[in-house]
Design a binder for this molecule. Structure first.
Ligand code: C2E
Ligand code: CA
Ligand code: CA
Length: 574
């Protein structure tokens, strides 16, 4: 029985074998070919001794002549064995062919059967062909092996590279074997490269690899580790055969300890450390790409943190931070390149007469995929770029609308969303005036939607700005009404024109009488306050019916129109 140490050594060897050896042809094929060879051989022997003559189409046929056909079949089997089974096949074939010589030679010299001379030569020919095929095969296999070694090996350090690491992970995943992927990155390695040059930098990397390779292949390890270098000062570790994450962290700690011991090159001492982040298959992620990205996320978190811990397990919270960072980059990029655009969603009165459109921000990532406003608007709010997004949508949609109204004379309203943060900015009024002037849009055709919940925080300043907007003749809508904390007294102070009932109430409306009553009450309150009421997110005919019954003034929802590109929306006006 294999002891624990042997089994670990063996596992490490398999790990490397798995990524460097091609899959072999099944043994069943070999057995089949051998069987065929023996049968062909047996028939050949019997046929060659036969004295029978068959008459075919009046012509005599010596049955012994058929021996040549079956002998060729046997030789084909031999050649196939050499082609398919390489070295083993070659040895088997050689033994089979050579083992026939005593019988053939004794038939000639003792039995004086000189027809067998042909068999000797056929055998010699097959041996020659086998040798040629085998030599050629070996050359190709060696070349392939070399190419493959090169493809999976990091040239500088001689350890496996990213490709090898992927192969191993895919292999483990196909066997549903749990493992941890560790991503590590040396801290401040760049400064060694910059101050001491790349040659010293390379020597440092080689020394680190030497130490880490020794740890990875140490049979005393609690875990089975596989080390790879994808490039630069980054390394990947695949750790398996562990009990729990404490064992994983103990394993990683060994690499960290080895790294932190001084490295001396050309009489200069270097002190290094690294950040380690890890993610587990299958609990954290199920594909190599996602595992690497999660392990990287955790590693970057460690790098950026001021804490002393240098090892971190990935969590979903980290993914969110990373996603937000990615979204932030996309927003900054889109603003820089002015690629934020907008769709227009129609609003109708209950008789399906067009009231106007709400402009909704849209953004695509580099691959051309839409990013949902539900994702990028909150990020833009958080990083203080929402005013730039609002403004971009406002400017572009106002230019389009101004032109459309001038051309068609249509009495329609453009609703834009303005975040309260933006509203509070001192130059907001100047921005409005500037855009109205440039777009030729009349204030009466513009409406500004403000979300109710946010206004409550800074009501006085908000009321001041809103008063100014109203004085210009622009309409004000209270967005997402019902989701915030508005009180009636507050609503009373608020000089709005339109109340937008949030989609969540419309969704619930027909589920119970009390939900229906709730929407009916909102509409009544709106009317008492002299406001028009619009319902958002209307999708079903039943919802539309109910809203008509309880006196809603306007409808916005997929039932009558989704947000559309401006050129499409324009067709609804013409
Ligand atoms: P919102 O202002 O409440 O806009 C209405 C949202 O409901 C839009 O989502 C619209 O596509 C969606 N919607 C309308 N009718 C239906 C319907 O029948 N069914 C369903 N399922 N959805 C419907 P969108 O475009 O994803 O916008 C999401 C939110 O992003 C907006 O909610 C708004 O709060 C914000 N937003 C969009 N553009 C801007 C902008 O330019 N500035 C600011 N500050 N916020 C914006
Ligand atoms: Ca809105
Ligand atoms: Ca809304």
């Amino acid at each position: 029985m294999m002891n624990k140490k042997d089994s670990k050594t063996n596992k490490f060897a398999t790990t490397l074998n798995n990524v460097s050896v091609n899959k072999e042809v099944s043994k069943v094929v070999l057995i089949f070919l051998l069987l065929l060879f023996f049968i062909a051989n047996f028939i050949t022997q019997n046929l060659s001794q036969s004295q029978d003559i068959w008459m075919i189409n009046g012509q005599p046929l010596h049955v012994s002549m058929l021996a040549g056909v079956t002998a060729s079949l046997g030789n084909i089997c031999i050649l196939l064995i050499v082609i398919l089974f390489g070295k083993v096949g070659f040895i088997i074939s050689l033994l089979l062919l050579l083992s026939q010589f005593p019988r053939l030679l004794s038939a000639i010299f003792l039995g004086h059967n000189y027809a067998t001379v042909q068999g000797v030569f056929t055998n010699l020919l097959t041996i020659t062909a086998s040798v040629i095929i085998f030599m050629n095969h070996r050359r190709v296999v060696n070349y392939q092996k070399k190419m493959r070694e090169q493809a999976i090996t990091d040239q500088l350090t001689g350890i496996p590279n990213r490709f090898a690491c992927f192969e191993l992970m895919n292999d483990l995943i196909s066997k549903h074997e749990k493992f941890v992927l560790v991503s590590t990155d040396l801290n401040n390695f760049k400064s060694i490269n910059d101050t001491m040059g790349h040659t010293v930098g390379n020597e440092v990397l080689i020394e680190i690899c030497k130490r880490w390779k020794a740890i990875a292949s140490d049979p005393e390890n609690e875990t089975v580790d596989f080390l790879a270098r994808p490039g630069g000062d980054e390394f990947l570790l695949v750790i398996r055969s562990y009990e729990d994450t404490a064992a994983v962290e103990r394993a990683i700690q060994r690499y960290q300890d080895a790294l932190e011991q001084k490295i001396t090159i050309d009489d200069c001492d270097y002190f290094l450390n690294a950040s380690f982040g890890y993610a587990e298959y299958p609990t954290d992620a199920e594909t190599p790409i996602v595992l690497i990205s999660y392990a990287d996320t955790a590693m970057h978190e460690v790098k950026d943190s001021s804490k002393n811990d240098r090892i971190l397990h990935f969590t979903q919270d980290l993914a969110k931070i990373e996603q937000n960072l990615a979204t932030e980059r996309k927003i900054r990029n889109a603003l820089e390149q002015d690629t934020i655009f907008y769709y227009l969603q129609p609003q109708y009165d209950v008789d399906h007469k067009l009231r106007g459109f709400e402009a909704l921000a849209r953004m695509k990532d580099a691959d051309g995929n839409m990013i949902s406003p539900g994702v990028f608007i909150p990020v833009a709010e958080k990083i203080g770029l929402i005013d730039k997004v609002d403004l971009s949508v406002f400017r572009k949609s106002a230019m389009f609308f101004g032109k459309l109204i001038n051309e068609t004379n249509a009495d329609i309203t453009l609703s834009i969303n303005i975040s309260v943060r933006h509203l509070m900015k001192n130059n907001f009024m100047d921005e409005i005036r500037d855009i109205l002037e440039k777009s030729n849009l009349q204030p009466k055709n513009l409406e500004i939607e403000i979300t109710e919940s946010i206004m409550i925080d800074s009501i006085d300043k908000a009321l001041e700005v809103i008063g100014e907007i109203k004085d210009m003749g622009i309409k004000i809508a209270i967005d997402d009404f019902g989701t915030g904390y508005s009180s009636l007294s507050y609503l009373n102070k608020f000089p709005a024109d339109l109340l937008k009932v949030d989609k969540s109430f419309i969704d619930e409306m027909n589920a119970s009488e009390s939900s229906r009553q709730y929407v009916a009450t909102i509409i009544s309150i709106g009317h008492i306050m002299n406001l028009d009421v619009i319902s958002e997110g209307v999708e079903e005919p039943e919802q539309l019916e109910t809203l008509k019954e309880i006196g809603c003034d306007f409808i916005q929802g997929f039932i009558w129109g989704k947000p559309l590109p401006p050129e499409e929306a324009e067709k609804l006006v013409l």
